[in-house]
Design a protein around this ligand. Structure first.
Ligand code: GMT
Length: 388
């Protein structure tokens, strides 16, 4: 298939999922065209079957708000026509779904008039936060309804979308995935652990875009409690609005020498593979991709019981769950686990087994392929009607 993929190319779960999906599909022989304003973060080098089309947004004094969604729609239509794409797959409803809808309409109205189907994948904040804003809600609902196929990355998000948006369109749950051959505890990466911690120390990790929803200050609070009992260090991967507050809190607590702010990183898996425990105390996660990537690397997630997280982490089996804000409980779980090497390793293995059982890319990518085929089948019937 020839598939156009659009996502937010910056640091964020939806962009990561879209890019990894494109890479996996390309490896399976599909022709993938990324259409976005910059190269997606995990698209590092030239790859067979992968193309990237940049969307140029004209800056003009009159445009206080440059109309990216229109430039994107135009580029989507152009690329679809030029490369004869079979379908567009947009990640994050706002504004990508609206742009795809416009591109579809342009192609249907312009000779040689064709029906270009588009699939929208809902990721989270497009529904839970942004979609609830009255200025976005009606158009988001409309573009979801107009999509030829809609997927959500967890059962929680599907139910929430149906409820908030009163959607009539079918929403298929296709969960996020991880490449279990690439995300694992490789011995050559483990050798690098010594660069961060001594043999006696434990290594905790947090990975996010440091937005308020991630509760990075809770990460520091939890680590402060853990560090008082267990010799340890905390790796903080990512960057964002709450980073300086987190730095300030670490200084205030006197633990800043043990908290390593790494900023945005390309090779996440190498850092995950040397860690013992991942802290994910988010206010809300519709899935929690970071936890899944950690689990594949045998890192035990300690997270909040929120959104789609309980679909990914089984409390007491593949990780621990606590209420949002309950930093004492999360620290307690970390302390008891990190004090017992064999329990820690056993739970790490169970976390990987859970990731392998349900979320390996080898299991999930075929679900997307089947879904595309269904959408294409329905759309070819529509194309015949359009020509007739
Ligand atoms: O979590 C973020 O800040 C980024 C956001 C996104 O849409 O890029 O992530 C959402 O999508 C991820 C990938 O599907 C999910 O793993 C995250 O749980 C979800 N984030 C939230 O629900 C807050």
């Amino acid at each position: 298939m020839k598939i156009g993929i659009t996502c937010y190319p910056t640091y964020g779960g939806s962009g990561v999922v879209a890019t990894e999906l494109g890479l996996e599909l390309a490896r399976r022989g599909h022709e993938i065209h990324f259409i976005s304003y910059s190269q997606p973060i995990r698209l590092t080098g030239p790859e067979p079957n992968i193309h990237y089309h940049e969307v140029e947004v004209t800056r003009y004094p009159l445009f206080e708000y440059p109309p990216y969604d229109l430039a994107l729609a135009t580029r989507m239509a152009e690329v679809s026509q030029l490369y004869e794409l079979d379908l567009l797959h947009v990640h994050y409803a706002i504004p990508h779904s609206v742009s795809a809808m416009l591109a579809k309409q342009m192609l249907a109205a312009t000779p040689p008039r064709r029906n270009l189907p588009f699939v929208t994948t809902l990721h989270g904040t497009d529904i839970t936060l942004v979609g609830l804003d009255r200025s976005y809600l009606p158009i988001t609902r409309f573009s979801i309804e107009q999509s030829d196929g809609v997927t959500a990355i967890s059962q929680y998000l599907r139910n929430r979308t149906l409820k908030i948006f009163d959607i009539k369109n079918h929403i298929e749950v296709i969960p996020n995935f991880v490449n279990c051959d690439e995300y694992m505890r490789k011995p050559e990466w483990l050798e690098k652990r010594i660069e961060y911690v001594s043999n006696e120390e434990r290594l905790l990790v947090h990975l996010s875009n440091f937005r308020p929803v991630k509760r990075v200050l809770d990460v520091i609070e939890i680590f402060d409690r853990v560090h008082k009992k267990i010799p340890s260090k905390l790796l903080l991967i990512g960057d964002g609005p709450d980073r300086s507050q987190a730095e300030w809190l670490a200084v205030q607590k006197g633990i800043h020498e043990h908290v390593l702010f790494l900023g945005k990183q390309d090779q996440i898996r190498e850092k995950l593979a040397i860690s013992d425990v991942m802290l994910m105390p988010s206010e809300l996660e519709t899935f929690g991709l970071a936890a899944l990537e950690g689990m594949a690397c045998e890192v035990v997630p300690i997270a909040t019981r929120t959104g789609g997280v309980p679909e990914v982490i089984e409390h007491g089996v593949s990780g621990f769950l606590a209420d949002v804000g309950d930093v004492d409980a999360m620290a307690g779980y970390a302390i008891s686990l990190l004090s017992d090497e064999s329990a820690l390793r056993a739970m790490g293995k169970r976390a990987r087994a859970a990731a392998q059982e349900k979320y390996c890319s080898s299991k999930i990518i075929p679900l997307y392929e089947d879904f595309y085929r269904k959408v294409l089948e329905q759309s070819s019937k529509l194309s015949l009607a359009l020509r007739g």
